[in-house]
Design a protein around this ligand. Structure first.
Ligand SMILES: NC(=O)c1ccc[n+]([C@@H]2O[C@H](COP(=O)([O-])OP(=O)(O)OC[C@H]3O[C@@H](n4cnc5c(N)ncnc54)[C@H](OP(=O)(O)O)[C@@H]3O)[C@@H](O)[C@H]2O)c1
Length: 509
């Protein structure tokens, strides 16, 4: 789908890298945390891998009173500190030629006019061809303002003759269904739907894309990927850190909105969906929306959902404060730093199979995984005592860190008696491939420049995800408060009880 076409290239040849055509990227909020740690380093890594066009341009927009040289220095420092690939002077020298800084507030019309003339200047000097993506790495309350300014100053117009303008919108996309729809209305007044790229950086991860390969490129798993063999599925995203300096963002949002609504429901959709007709964006989205649309909430939200808040405790040998003692947090806050919910999927493949989703901060360790847990063998010819150490078979997709897949099954313990115990078989990216995985943001920024929307949630998916979460948030709002759990543990006891009532327990990842 590259805008540049080379007659000697066969688009079907997978050995050829996908290289972006002439283009540039404007980052709003370029001085922010995300931009320094992820976006600017990802741009450099793409340049270093030869995946950006020679005249690629990067415009930073923020309030600081910087000259272009100051900005170049900031990009340089961010790249040196956070880039994945080695620093090469010649790559840097080429990249820096297209770096510009525009100073201004989002209200500042003059600044947007300067942005416009900067884009024209780069089109002429760097050959960017009028193709620009606008990355809104700004606090969510400014999303509407920035897109409206782009419209007002004629920056969002799709030009006849093929040049494009795209909007990249960070999460969260709204804080409930109504606000997501309203935001969408505003964004679509300015950009056509196919030019809007909503970021869910989980979809940029290799391990997440590998769910599709695992399921649909193999014959081994499909026959057992259903209610006849699967007992339940556990999807976990655990963080060991607290809220850090992000009190302003986090309080009032909480774990379920921050992680379940987007990342975990996307993982659920990829794990549970039917095989798409192709890997085109439309075919993928059709299957994902079908399965999200079939998600059913439990009848008793009090029993089948749990929210928690970390209290004072120990993490990695250090004493840490509880959420309510964190800087900038209202001591009466009811914001959830842990959330666990049980969902079911009303279709032939999954009827009756619970999907347990949980996420939290200040948990035992940083890990994201999907565990498909299988039923026990219908009959055991072994003595009960011989299988005491045998659990349920499981296939665990390790999303991060230590990326890979583990299969757990029973095996005979060597010796004269027939004793069976769990063992595991492992696939690790680091051992099977010599190439290290690109950062999610590298893949996603490249896809934006190529106009490839496969890995970006469409509006309908975002809406369906809010439809799933809204009733839970409303229930929590009017019932009780979060259960407490000591920092460094695996969440509140209530979450263990929730699974115990079903005769199950959480995996210790
Ligand atoms: N940080 C993460 O790890 C992360 C992860 C996932 C998603 N996100 C999302 O990414 C976005 C950015 O996050 P962040 O952590 O980078 O935020 P941040 O550190 O607070 O940065 C916000 C940026 O917006 C700029 N800004 C704020 N108000 C402005 C105004 N009125 N006019 C012009 N510029 C203004 C700031 O510029 P000044 O420096 O000039 O104030 C700064 O560059 C948010 O939507 C967030 O939800 C972040």
């Amino acid at each position: 789908m590259s805008t540049s076409s080379n007659p000697l290239r066969d688009a079907q040849d997978r050995r050829l890298p996908r290289i972006a055509g002439p283009s540039g990227l404007v980052i709003f909020g370029v001085t922010g945390d995300l931009s320094r740690k992820k976006l600017m380093p990802a741009v450099y890594d793409l340049a270093n891998r030869g995946l950006l066009p020679p005249g690629f341009s990067l415009i930073g927009f923020a309030r600081r009173d910087w000259e272009n040289e100051d900005f170049a220095q900031i990009v340089h420092d961010a790249v040196k500190e956070h880039a994945r690939t080695p620093f090469r002077e010649e790559v840097w020298q080429q990249l820096v030629q297209g770096c510009r800084f525009v100073q201004g507030d989002f209200d500042d019309d003059v600044a947007f006019e300067t942005l416009k003339s900067t884009i024209h200047e780069l089109d002429a000097a760097q050959g960017t061809g009028g193709n620009f993506a606008f990355y809104l790495s700004v606090p969510p309350k400014f999303f509407p303002k920035v897109v409206q300014q782009l419209k007002k100053h004629g920056l969002a117009e799709q030009k006849k003759g093929g040049s494009w303008r795209r909007a990249v919108i960070e999460k969260p996309f709204g804080h409930d269904l109504a606000s997501a729809q309203e935001l969408n209305r505003i964004v679509h007044e300015v950009f056509p739907p196919e030019e809007v790229f909503r970021i869910d950086h989980y979809l940029g991860k290799e391990t997440v894309q590998n769910i599709l390969a695992l399921r649909f490129a193999n014959t081994l798993f499909e026959p057992i990927w259903n209610r006849s063999y699967v007992d339940h599925v556990q999807i976990t995203m655990a963080e060991d850190i607290g809220i850090g300096g992000r009190a302003g963002y986090y309080d009032g949002i909480g774990a379920a909105r921050d992680v379940i609504q987007n990342h975990l429901l996307q993982l659920l959709a990829l794990t549970a969906m039917e095989e798409p007709a192709s890997f085109e964006a439309d075919a993928l989205v059709a299957e994902k929306t079908k399965v999200l649309g079939a998600v059913r909430l439990p009848k008793d939200l009090g029993k089948e959902t749990v929210r928690g808040q970390y209290a004072h405790g120990w993490q990695g040998g250090e004493e840490v404060v509880g959420y309510l003692e964190e800087d900038g947090i209202d001591p009466a806050s009811k914001t959830d730093t842990y959330a666990a919910i049980k969902l079911e999927i009303d279709n032939r493949r999954w009827a009756g199979v619970p999907f347990y989703l949980r996420t939290g901060k200040r948990l035992g360790r940083r890990v994201t995984e999907i565990a498909v847990v299988f039923q026990r063998a219908p009959h055991s010819p072994f003595d009960h005592t011989a299988t005491e150490e045998l659990g349920q078979n499981a296939l665990v997709i390790r999303v991060q860190p230590d990326e890979g897949v583990t299969m757990r099954f029973g095996s005979k313990v060597p010796g004269t008696s027939m004793e069976v115990r769990d063992v595991s078989m492992d696939f690790a990216y680091g051992e099977s491939f010599t190439e290290s995985s690109p950062e999610a943001y590298e893949r996603l920024i490249l896809d934006v420049l190529l106009g490839d929307a496969n890995l970006f949630p469409r509006l309908r998916e975002v809406e369906l995800s809010w439809q799933i979460l809204d009733p839970i948030e409303q229930y929590w709002e009017s019932n009780g408060k979060p259960a407490s759990y000591p920092a460094g543990t695996w969440g509140p006891i209530e979450a263990d009880e929730m699974l115990a009532r079903d005769g199950r327990s959480w995996r210790r990842p």
